[in-house]
Design a protein around this ligand. Structure first.
Ligand code: PMV
Length: 315
């Protein structure tokens, strides 16, 4: 009889370079203080099950719930499991799906780690990354891999498809505010719409992709010396560019406008846009009052500091 195994992984925010990273630019992402926990224990009926949000679904069922977890579970069973290893998997998430805060990658990373350990497989970080990407592809189609790396590694990473992820050390701990607009959306649809924009305006799109790399390297420098005004300026420039590629909405523009009229130094979409979440840099000492204002209209608003821990084992 196998024992109980549990792992958790954080969600993430993208600070610069979302979308452009799919087309080869550098981008910067950071793990946040909201996590997904996956627990695995022996099943009592010889079948393997996934449980979350009060729904229970057999791993080999054809229903469409839990696409990332189901894909990973099937792969792990195929590779390491036998019938006697049937399990009950429970996913507990603090991150709303479709919010742009990396819930599917956190599920994928925690699920890969917990299940592989349950089956006695010792995977290194590269193997956890590759298997988690299979779950992420099921949800997002053509993910760059930045979400999975941020969730796995924690902290803040500079990422490109070509170079992979590099950890960035901070001058001092940094706080930002995150506001979920409440509008869920599909990352894969937005990524496809941006690809069409690129087809229509290939040269200017390429210039913006190069600019995203430049901004990401600038942002890393600003993080290293904790220059909040520079971070805010970089957020504002990124927002204008995300608007140009068509991933902002009227609702998000108004939200950014409202937040910019409060005590902030800069604000932008984080992740794929089309709704989802925004992030803002508060002026010094203004985090709490900003959070109170945000909570008046958006109940899923919170402050996160950086750095945050990546994948970890749980009791
Ligand atoms: O899933 P989201 O909303 O965090 O978006 C992921 C970031 C994109 O750059 C839009 C896609 C990707 O895979 O890099």
């Amino acid at each position: 009889m196998k024992k109980f195994v549990a792992a958790s992984a954080p969600g993430k925010v993208i600070l610069t370079g979302e979308h452009f990273v799919v087309h080869g630019s550098y981008a910067v992402a950071a793990a946040i203080n909201k996590r997904v926990k996956v627990s695995v224990s022996p099943s009592e009926d010889g079948e393997s099950w996934i449980n979350s949000r009060g729904i229970r679904s057999r791993v080999d069922s054809i229903d469409e719930e839990f696409p990332a977890a189901r894909t990973i579970a099937r792969r792990i069973i195929q590779e390491f499991g036998e019938k006697t290893d049937a399990f009950e998997m429970l996913i507990e998430s603090e991150i709303p799906a479709g919010s742009g805060l990396g819930s599917s990658s956190a599920v994928s990373v925690a699920c890969t780690a917990a299940l592989s350990k349950y089956f006695g497989a010792k995977l290194d970080d590269k193997e956890i990354f590759e298997l988690s990407m299979e779950g992420e592809r099921k949800v997002h189609g053509n993910p760059s891999g930045i979400d999975v790396q941020a969730s796995l590694m924690g902290g803040i990473i500079l990422f490109s498809r070509k170079t992979g992820a590099k950890s960035i050390s901070l001058g001092k701990s940094i706080e930002i505010i995150v506001i979920f607009s409440g509008k869920k959306r599909s990352t894969s649809r937005l990524v496809a719409a941006v690809a069409r924009r690129k087809e229509r305006y290939p040269h200017f799109f390429q210039q913006l992709t190069d600019s995203a790399s430049f901004q990401s390297l600038e942002l890393v420098d600003a993080l290293k010396v904790a220059d909040f005004s520079r971070l805010g300026a970089l957020f504002n420039i990124a927002q204008a560019e995300l608007d140009w590629i068509g991933v902002s909405t009227d609702y998000i523009d108004e939200l950014i406008e409202r937040v910019s009229g409060l005590e902030t130094l800069g604000a932008k979409i984080t992740g794929a846009g089309g709704g989802g979440s925004i992030i803002a840099i508060p002026k010094p000492e203004a985090s709490r009052s900003l959070l109170e204002s945000a909570l008046e209209h958006h109940e899923y608003s919170f402050i996160t500091s950086f750095p945050q821990e990546g994948l970890r084992w749980e009791k």
